[in-house]
Write a protein that binds this ligand. Structure first.
Ligand code: FAQ
Length: 317
């Protein structure tokens, strides 16, 4: 490797990617590839962890023991997803402490969707059905990402997200079979979460600075707009099946393309939320910092325990 030029190394690297050979942590990789993975995977990890907040808020208010147990399990799954993803970032040479510090200081991004409030129980259904549904649409493709540790983490995450999506749809279906007030609550949640869910796929392809390179490196397999369209196509029939309308007067089926065409995306709102000015950005960061501070004793205890074990092993050997 020492005798090779950067150009040769880059060519070999791209050839491996083109041949669908996974890149592993100890393999040579261009700095920009490493940087883009650290960026995307850490934002993804932060999204899972911040994503626990709106749902965590409903665990104590779930309408039955069964609903409480399911929601609790789902929120715990999100914590697990965060941990797999933080581990994948570590394999790229960035410390977990640094990655988490970037979230807590407000430097790092996380998905725009988690800056919206969860106002009613129906929001738990809308989040599971629409938010996890959008997440899987994007993440199934990431199971084939070129970086091995990310792709492998995504396989497990997708299995769990698929359960999350079904539990959300089941909540909404149950409400739609209920009283007028329950149906209205479901419709209201869908009205509020529909556009923010579509924004999860990121800016349109013409405004997505990272897409072209990420697709060449096979980190991304589909463009933001392609995935958004696939999500709309999959979700509109599910809404209609149970009597929900979607808050888009321009939504119409195009027989020729087989696509559900949708109206103008609220891009001003998207960029505003990403810049930190969404309804809950400040609260989410504050709550995450409080949770981190409250967990200090757990981290200290775990470290003290690990040191004691290491000391015992040193003495025994
Ligand atoms: N929110 O050039 P692109 C979940 C940023 S997990 C905020 O298109 P890229 C599970 C983007 O980072 C949800 N920022 O970027 C769950 C970039 O900023 P930078 C998270 C956004 O990376 C469910 C800039 O805009 N999923 O929900 C957003 O090629 C329920 C330009 O954009 C993932 O993270 C956004 N929506 O494509 C948990 C999946 N969109 O860094 C709890 C992995 C874009 O240049 C409860 N990530 N930006 O300053 C990806 O697939 C990609 O990163 C995209 C964006 C598709 C999100």
């Amino acid at each position: 490797m020492l005798n090779k030029t950067i150009e040769q190394l880059e060519q070999e690297f791209q050839a491996k990617i083109d041949a669908e050979i996974k890149i592993e942590p100890k393999d040579w990789m261009p700095d920009a590839y490493r940087k883009t993975l650290v960026r995307q995977i850490s934002q993804h990890a932060h999204s899972e962890v911040v994503g626990m907040l709106p749902e965590g808020n409903w665990i104590s208010r779930a309408p039955s023991l069964r609903r409480k147990a399911v929601l609790l399990a789902k929120v715990q799954d999100e914590a697990g997803h965060g941990l797999y993803l933080y581990s994948a970032v570590e394999t790229l040479g960035t410390s977990r402490d640094q990655t988490i510090e970037d979230l807590l200081s407000g430097k790092a991004k996380y998905s725009s969707i988690f800056n919206y409030p969860a106002l009613t129980w129906a929001d738990m259904g809308a989040i599971g059905w629409l938010v996890d549904g959008a997440a899987i649409m994007n993440q199934v493709a990431l199971c084939r990402a070129s970086y091995g540790p990310y792709a492998r983490a995504m396989v497990r995450i997708c299995k769990e997200e698929s359960f999350h999506q079904r539990q959300g749809y089941e909540i909404i279906c149950t409400l739609m079979k209920g009283t007028d007030a329950q149906r209205q609550m479901a419709q209201d949640a869908v009205n509020r979460f529909w556009w923010p869910a579509l924004m999860m796929f990121g800016p349109s392809d013409t405004d997505s600075p990272n897409s072209a390179q990420s697709m060449k490196w096979k980190i991304k397999r589909f463009s933001n707009d392609d995935l958004r369209q696939k999500f709309v196509n999959a979700t509109v029939p599910q809404a209609h099946l149970i009597g929900l309308t979607l808050p888009d007067k321009d939504l119409k089926f195009n027989e020729a393309t087989g696509n559900w065409e949708f109206g103008e995306m609220p891009w001003d709102e998207f960029f505003n939320v990403v810049k930190g000015n969404g309804p809950c950005n400040k609260k989410r960061l504050r709550d995450r910092n409080t949770a981190h501070d409250n967990g200090a004793w757990v981290r200290e205890a775990a470290l003290a325990h690990a040191e004691k074990r290491a000391e015992r092993q040193r003495k025994a050997s």
